[in-house]
Design a protein around this ligand. Structure first.
Ligand SMILES: [Zn+2]
Ligand SMILES: [Zn+2]
Length: 230
């Protein structure tokens, strides 16, 4: 046990019971029944992939998520982002992410068939300074270790965008437009397959914009990979 655990003992984020971040009772509220929607047209898809009819040259190829963004997931992700002193929460969420996604056959098939890299969705430098860490990078590093797939910070956020949560679908797309650039140090992305790692996907505006930038730089396939799906 480390010092932070003594100062901030583990409590269930949902009911406050001490012992774990999610007690056994509240764990049953975590839902692995994730909506499978095409990020381009927002209509159902059976395999988490973008419909063939919706794909164009620069669109995202699909999106896989581990849990549903219900009340308890919202509380967990909020704590993950804003309560860094909950020292083991990142391990708990990374394990939850891995345990769920490893059971998604479509995801596993992709990983086994082609070579991929993980790229976390970056924060703006001001937000990163304020928070001290990028939660998507933490998830991306954990996935990288588990799946033995390299994780690289190849995207930078060049625009300090408004919080997407307050915005409607169309506004989100405008807000995030032009927010990402490829890291100047990165090599050409020729024929690389990429999983864009993020904590939550809602309308997919952020993932679609990042995928667009990566595909214009020569990436082959680009998929979203998120802990939660709204
Ligand atoms: Zn509880
Ligand atoms: Zn579609």
């Amino acid at each position: 046990m480390n010092l932070l655990d003594l100062i901030f003992p583990k409590r269930c984020v949902n009911c406050g019971k001490s012992g774990e971040y999610v007690c056994s009772n509240c764990f049953t509220f975590i839902s692995f029944d994730v909506k499978k929607l095409c990020l381009v047209c927002d209509k159902p898809t059976y395999n988490s992939l973008t419909h063939p009819r919706c794909i164009n040259r620069y669109s995202i190829d699909g999106c896989f998520s581990a849990i549903s963004y219900n009340k308890i997931a919202q509380k967990l992700i909020y704590s993950f982002k804003y309560k860094p002193y909950l020292s083991d929460l990142k391990t708990f969420l990374s394990e939850l992410f891995i345990e769920s996604i490893i059971q998604n056959e479509d995801f596993v098939n992709l990983v086994e068939k082609s070579e991929f890299i993980f790229i976390p969705i970056p924060l703006s430098s001001s937000k990163l300074r304020k928070r001290g860490y990028n939660q998507s990078e933490i998830l991306s590093t954990a996935l990288s270790k588990k799946f033995k797939i390299p994780a690289q910070n190849l995207l930078v956020r060049t625009k300090d965008t408004q919080n997407q949560f307050k915005l409607k679908r169309k506004e989100r797309e405008l807000n995030i437009k032009g927010a990402f650039e490829l890291d100047a140090r990165s090599l050409k992305l020729d024929a690389r397959n990429i999983f864009l790692v993020d904590d939550v996907v809602t309308t997919g505006a952020t993932l679609k914009e990042a995928a667009n930038v990566l595909k214009r730089a020569g990436a082959k396939q680009v998929f979203g990979l998120t802990l939660a799906r709204d």
